[in-house]
Design a protein around this ligand. Structure first.
Ligand code: IVH
Length: 666
């Protein structure tokens, strides 16, 4: 009789096989009921013998408690993006650059569908899936292992024992997307705009249970860190990855000329509608890996690949009305209400009209038949009207003179196209300001969506951002759809936001021209709110990246009595006013790179180009791409070529990689 351990192993094997057939090959071999029965059997055995549970067991896909936040993950090999091609000519140019760069007449390409999801990296050690991460900024992503484990087409175990990292696109199939949005609407939650946002939102959940319910999927299309031996082409890699059990999109094709590539691209313009997931283009890659290495990468993207983007989809519909919204800064924006129409997989009912000039220029009238277009996840916009379709009942639209929210007179500031409400107590602006304050990049208060903010505002529980920190539990419980649990969660999230680092508060306050990035720069430079409050125009402008317009806006902001009162209140309520993040290394004049222009060339072995660049810049140096008289130091890695020759001619200081590393470490 088989031992208990063998029984468990065999159940796991069978279930993993069924899972693979169903989720990777799309060819279920047993009825769901049979799968569930075996799974239950395995679960029971594992419950009785917890010491026999392993991380690759199919029972362990959804495991672990909700996280507090995501850990950071460094990508040892950067996750690059791709340059875009928009038409045939761009593809021909790409092919020319590739062949010229290699000095050859013919190159094989691989064409793949460009899946519209989000890039993730999966790391395997000793055959086990150990870490999954988002792309982030390409160098640092977030650890979303728990959520990725819930994707059933990701193998938890593979037969390759070396440390390997594969990359692919996680996405939400259209069917899952429609079901999800339907459920959200029933619960009166905001639907997701498109499958990509829904996938991204799902992978950012701290509780893996939620990701598990979202039915995400993945296609693997590249490798990151990779030691697996003798493969010489990208197509061989795809085949090998497939053999290892990864889900590879079956529609890839090897092409022996750019004309074949163009045929492939064109064939998908219409066929994409038949797919059960969204694609936004075709990715074209040079097949031979030695060619890829020869062609190298620019700072952002490889020279050996390009993404052909499908033209934005257009649709024709009727413009029923124009509504106005008042933004956080008082800008009044017109939006077209449309007869619902399907574009690029989603139903569109609104389109942006931007501003008054836009409406006039395009002569857009109510009841007009209009062409709208949707590009990526950007809100659809009206491209043009079809005047031939006019029936005579069209009405010219004029922007109002008064704010649709508070009734104050609208003004058009100099050199601006937008009409603005400049009433500081306009309730639409105040509410938008609150929504901005709690948003993810700002104070990041979970559970405070637009609807709840509107409720709080309308019930006069919150009039300004400080009021959020004085909410009363019993008052909240009286609101519609607010149970004990959601109230407690909300209060907890608000309380937690008090510990945010200064840049979140700064961005959240909505000071004009101060975006998330500038807020961080200011927080690092001034360290605490009091110092920033007292900063003069000159102090501000002395900070790298802060220009006159922003400096002026900050100074004016802190001159306002109301703002100063608000700051005091926030402080009394215990909101952190200091920068808590890491300080970048101080650029010191003593550094060998201070104010020096540096060029990197050749292969670096001890650190990546990106690392070298960042560290030189942190020490006050500037890294440029080409050698000229202005270059101070050339770092020549292995096999340095023409840049080295040129630097020698110009008698520029030349350092080896070793000298670079030593200088960086000093
Ligand atoms: S290859 C270094 N292949 O498109 C090249 N990317 O801008 C790595 N994408 O960030 C990308 N389908 O998120 C590649 N078959 C495919 C893809 C694909 C979708 C995404 C990926 C990447 C972006 C490129």
């Amino acid at each position: 009789m088989a031992s208990l351990e063998e029984k468990i192993l065999s159940l796991r094997q069978t279930l993993n096989d069924y899972n693979y057939q169903y989720h990777v090959l799309d060819q279920p071999t047993v009825p769901d009921a049979e799968y569930d029965r075996l799974m239950q059997e395995l679960r029971t055995l594992e419950e009785q013998h917890p010491e026999l549970v392993t991380s690759d067991s199919p029972t362990q896909r959804i495991g672990g408690a909700p996280l507090e936040g995501f850990k950071k993950v460094e990508h040892h090999v950067p996750m690059l993006s791709l340059a875009n091609a928009f038409d045939k000519q761009d593809l021909l140019d790409f092919d020319r650059r590739v062949r010229d760069g290699l000095g050859v007449d013919q190159v094989d390409y691989v064409c793949e569908l460009k899946i519209d999801g989000l890039a993730v990296s999966l790391r395997y050690q000793d055959g086990l899936f150990v870490q999954g991460a988002t792309r982030g900024d390409g160098t640092t992503g977030e650890d979303i292992t728990q959520n990725l484990r819930t994707i059933r087409s990701i193998p938890l175990k593979i037969t390759d024992q070396s440390t390997i990292e594969v990359r692919g696109e996680a996405f939400m199939p259209q069917r899952s997307f429609l079901a999800l949005n339907e459920a959200r609407e029933t619960r009166q939650e905001e639907p997701f705009a498109n499958p990509r946002n829904a996938a991204a939102g799902s992978l950012r959940q701290l509780d893996p249970q939620i990701a598990a319910e979202r039915h995400l999927d993945i296609f693997i299309y590249a490798v990151g860190e990779w030691q697996t031996g003798s493969l010489t082409t990208h197509s061989e890699r795809l085949n090998y990855l497939r053999e290892l059990g990864f889900k590879i999109n079956p529609e890839w094709r090897q092409c022996t000329s750019i004309d074949q590539v163009i045929d492939f691209v064109e064939s998908w313009v219409d066929r994409r509608a038949d797919l059960s997931y969204d694609i936004d283009g075709i990715v074209i890659k040079v097949d031979r890996l030695d060619y890829q290495n020869q062609l190298k990468t620019t700072a952002k993207s490889p020279r050996w690949a390009i993404a052909y983007k499908f033209p934005a989809e257009e649709a024709v519909t009727k413009l029923k009305d124009v509504i106005l919204s008042v933004g956080r800064t008082g800008a009044v924006t017109p939006t077209a209400l449309l007869e619902p129409v399907k574009v690029a997989g989603t139903t569109v009912q609104r389109a942006s009209l931007h501003n008054e000039d836009f409406i006039k220029e395009k002569d857009i009238r109510i009841n007009d038949t209009v062409v709208i277009k949707k590009a990526g996840d950007i809100i659809p916009e009206v491209v043009r009207v079809i005047p031939e379709q006019r029936q005579g009942d069209e009405v010219l639209y004029r922007m109002p003179d008064h704010c649709p929210a508070c009734g104050a007179e609208l003004v058009r500031l100099e050199e601006e196209v937008a009409l603005r409400c400049i009433n500081p107590s306009c309730h639409a602006q105040l509410m938008e300001g609150l929504i901005h304050f709690v948003s993810r990049q700002a104070m990041n208060i979970d559970g405070l969506g637009e609807k709840v903010v509107a409720q709080l505002y309308e019930h006069k529980l919150v009039q300004d951002v400080a009021d959020l920190y004085q909410l009363d539990r019993s008052e909240l419980l009286k609101l519609e759809r607010m149970g004990e649990k959601s109230v407690d969660n909300l209060l907890e999230a608000i309380d937690a936001s008090k510990q945010n680092s200064l840049e979140r508060l700064l961005f959240g306050l909505g000071i004009r021209f101060v975006g998330a990035k500038a807020a961080k720069t200011l927080a690092i430079a001034f360290d605490d709110m009091d110092k920033l409050k007292q900063a003069t125009l000159d102090d501000l402008m002395a900070v790298n990246e802060i220009g006159h317009k922003m400096a002026d806006s900050v100074v004016r902001y802190f001159q306002d009595e109301k703002v100063l009162k608000l700051m005091n209140r926030l402080k009394e309520l215990g909101i952190n006013m200091r920068y808590l993040g890491a300080k970048p290394e101080a650029a010191s004049e003593a550094s060998a790179f201070y104010n020096k222009t540096v060029v990197l060339t050749g292969k670096l072995e001890q650190l990546t180009r990106q690392e070298a660049k960042e560290r030189i810049e942190a020490l006050g140096g500037k890294v440029t791409g080409s050698v000229s008289k202005k270059t101070d130091i050339l770092i020549a890695g292995a096999e340095a070529g023409s840049k080295l020759t040129k630097a020698e001619q110009l008698e520029i200081t030349i350092w080896s990689e070793q000298q670079l590393v030593e200088a960086l470490n000093q």
